[in-house]
Structures are given as structure tokens and as C-alpha cells.
Design a protein around this ligand. Sequence first.
Ligand code: FES
Length: 181
Amino acid sequence: MAQTGNFKSPARLSTLGEGAEVSASGSVPGGKPREGGLKGVDFERRGFLHKIVGGVGAVVAVSALYPVVRYIIPPAKTIKTVNQLTAGKASEVPDGTGKIYQFNEDKVIVVNKGGSLTAVSAVCTHLGCLVHWDNTATQLACPCHGAKYKQTGEIISGPQPKPLKSYKAKIDGDSIIISKA
Ligand code: FES
């Protein structure tokens, strides 16, 4: 049976170049590597480099974006809830003034009027701006849309739907104590 297209055929030998000897196994010592093999190696190297570059790019992108994401989404605050708080020194709220303190998750304005302390939420029930004490008008006023409240938090006028939440405040020694109403 005639062999066609195998390594020992005259047609195949003529393409191997001059002086090339055919070994018993049919390979050519010192011959050129096959093109297909070279392409395969090149393709693998390129793929590996693409993976390295992609990985480094991903690390750089994550490093750059992480602080931005942390800034946009602040960590959840864990505020310890208490029934009573020593908010500050009595001297911080002299007669005719008001001062805002953090009390649990609320901001509370302590007002001193003639030596008598009151405490209500400082967060306007309209859209959440902080009220201040207007000692001339003897009322709490919201700077955003003009809401007015009595010292005890009841509504005088304005767009606000509800009165301010009430708290208790007293002076104990030299300290201001705020507690839940
Ligand atoms: S937020 Fe106070 S009046 Fe609108």
C-alpha cells in the first residue's frame, strides 16, 4: 500500500531544506519550530500580560474609588441611648440665651430665661433645620422658612406641622442635666 503525506515521502523531504536529515522518528534536527507552535506561545504570553495589566488596573481602580465610596456612604453611627445626660456647664447657657446639645439621636436646645431652664428638640418639624432662641421675641425661630415656636415647643406660626419634642433640663451643681420628658 502506497504511503501518501507521511514523513518519509519524497514530497515531504523536499520541503525540509537542504542537508536536513530525517531521524527514525521523522523529526528534523535543527529544523525551524513550527509556526503554529510559535503563535500559540505568543498568544499565551499576550493573554497572560492582559491578565496582569487588567489585575493591576482593577487594584488601582478599587484603591481610587474606595475612599470616595466611604465618603458617600458614611459608616452607620451607633449612638448609645441614655435617659439622662450631663450636657455641659451651667455657665454655657447664661440668662437670655439658648445652646444646642446632642442628646441621644436628637439635638436639644436648652434655653435659660430668667434662670429657668427649658429643653426642646432643636430640629424644626417642617424640614429639619435647627431653631435658635430669639431672646428679643422670646421665642424659638427657624431660619429656613420662618417657623416660630414658644420656649416650650408649641407652635406660634409657620409651615411646621407639629410642635417641638419636649425634654427636661435642670442645673445640678455646676452642670446642665438633660433628660427625657
Ligand atoms: S425647616 Fe423650619 S420652617 Fe422650614
